[in-house]
Design a protein around this ligand. Structure first.
Ligand code: MV4
Length: 447
């Protein structure tokens, strides 16, 4: 087991990882920018190292500073959290070269999944169902036209170096396609320095369902069920739940089994998320994330397993703590992302939190790095906390969520809490009847 872990992140996820380390008796080092000297993760860590000025590129993304912080403090492993360097293959490789363990998959697995064409090819080879489309990159207009005619319109053109919704163009006819191909390629070249694009059948009203997987790096793989993350705005998830209200036990076991086997065959190590679009009872792979995700707590709630413990165990060579048949799902969990933003316009609202009071009681978890008197710096993303509610079933979970939202007080700044108080009373949400476009349509109607 590791002696000392360096946490290369900030905010609620730095605290989340810190808690896991403390429970496992591992010493903690945090790194921080000058803007985060007063942050909770800095206060609670055994040691802290200031690695630079506020801009992320000069601090949380500065690989050399982070490696130096490991060397100075004698950390034997790094947990990258999510965002920042968590899916940076070069970072994973550099740490390996310094004999420091990256708590995550190999640089090669990160690289494969970061290239969306390569990821899709790999998924298909491993028996994961993918969206119908081009076999690889498309450069020629005639090839694009032929593929689109084969799969049928509408189609979507995606950047191979994109992901998370960046660099996509929908084409509803051959005339659209010619323009879409040109713009997609030139935008991808400008944004990512890689103009490779691919074509897929465009699914009109899918849900976003993702499967939590884990590999031990030695040929074993398990799944921890799925999360439904369809409620998004501009590709930012807002509300996530587990299990998906759209799936039955048979569908869950089937897609979970397919994913677990794929992860085992790939020799993948650590936590991963296999993302699907789900429409008319079919799953279509879109991307794989090679990190711990923001919404992991809903899975922890229903599976009763600490996924950060599991990451640390696997990375230290201890293997997975559970076999698939020991993983059981209980009840229902929902996560609301509390952002320091205007609940209508989503404009960031940094500043001082004058009063912070969190709900409590059975089935309530709040993951947050903020406190009364804390000043939210304007340099980073606006997530200030997550409310995760667990109940024996979805109805109980929703009743408990409504109560928890009533108790939650964040004064001094604007937050997205009022949005959740509206959503929890909405009949479509109550019925679990929503797709990836539901939230944006709802917000457009509200204006
Ligand atoms: C799609 C799609 C429809 N058809 N692919 C957006 C984020 C990126 N991960 C993939 N995305 C989409 N890919 C096909 N073939 C619709 C989206 C999409 C979306 C997906 C998940 C959650 C929210 C979304 C919002 C708009 C579009």
């Amino acid at each position: 087991m590791f002696q000392k872990i360096l946490i290369a992140n900030r905010g609620e996820i730095a605290l989340r990882v810190l808690r896991a380390c403390k429970e496992l008796g591992i010493q903690t080092v945090v790194v921080h920018s000058t803007a985060d000297a007063d942050a909770m993760h800095v206060r609670l860590a055994d040691e802290s190292v200031c690695i630079g000025p506020p801009p992320s590129r000069d601090s949380y993304l500065n690989i050399h500073q982070i490696v130096a912080a490991c060397e100075i403090t004698g950390a034997d492993a790094v947990h990258p959290g999510y965002g920042f360097l968590s899916e940076n293959a070069k970072f994973a490789d550099i740490l390996a070269a310094h004999n420091i363990t990256f708590i995550g998959p190999s640089g090669d697995h990160i690289r494969i999944m970061g290239d969306k064409i390569e990821a899709k090819r790999t998924a298909k080879r491993l028996g994961i169902p993918v969206v119908p489309g081009s076999d690889g990159a498309v450069t020629e207009e005639k090839d694009a036209k032929r593929i689109a005619a084969e799969i049928g319109y509408p189609v979507i053109i995606k950047a191979s170096a994109g992901g998370g919704g960046r660099g996509m163009k929908v084409a509803r006819s051959e005339a659209d396609l010619v323009v879409a191909l040109q713009t997609a390629r030139s935008e991808a070249g400008a944004a990512f320095g890689d103009d490779a694009v691919y074509i897929e059948k465009y699914l009109e009203k899918p849900r976003h369902i993702e499967v939590q997987v884990f590999g031990d790096g030695a040929g074993r793989g398990v799944h921890f069920g799925e999360r439904d993350c369809s409620l998004q705005r501009r590709h930012q998830k807002v509300w996530e739940e587990a299990p998906s209200p759209a799936l039955n036990a048979e569908e869950r076991a089937h897609i979970g089994g397919v994913c677990a086997r794929a992860i085992a065959d790939l020799g993948y190590s650590g936590a991963g998320t296999i993302e699907f679009l789900y429409e008319n009872g079919e799953f279509y792979f879109i991307e794989m994330n090679t990190r711990l995700q923001v919404e992991h707590p809903v899975t922890e709630a229903i599976a009763g397993i600490d996924l950060v413990h599991e990451q640390i165990r696997v990375a230290s060579g201890g293997g997975l703590s559970v076999r698939q048949e020991e993983i059981r799902f209980q009840g229902h969990a929902i996560e609301c992302r509390i952002n320091a933003e205007d609940p209508r316009t989503f404009t960031p609202s940094p500043g001082t939190i004058t009063h912070f009071h969190t709900p409590g009681g059975l089935g309530i978890r709040v993951d947050s790095g903020v406190y009364s008197g804390y000043k939210i710096p304007p340099y980073y993303d606006s997530l200030i906390g997550k409310l995760i509610v667990h109940g024996r079933n979805r109805v109980e979970c929703m009743m408990r969520l409504r109560r928890a939202l009533d108790e939650f007080v964040v004064d001094g700044i604007k937050t997205t809490l009022p949005l959740f108080r509206d959503l929890v009373g909405n009949p479509d949400i109550a019925n679990g009847e929503y797709d990836i476009h539901w939230l944006e349509k709802y917000l457009a109607k509200e204006d």
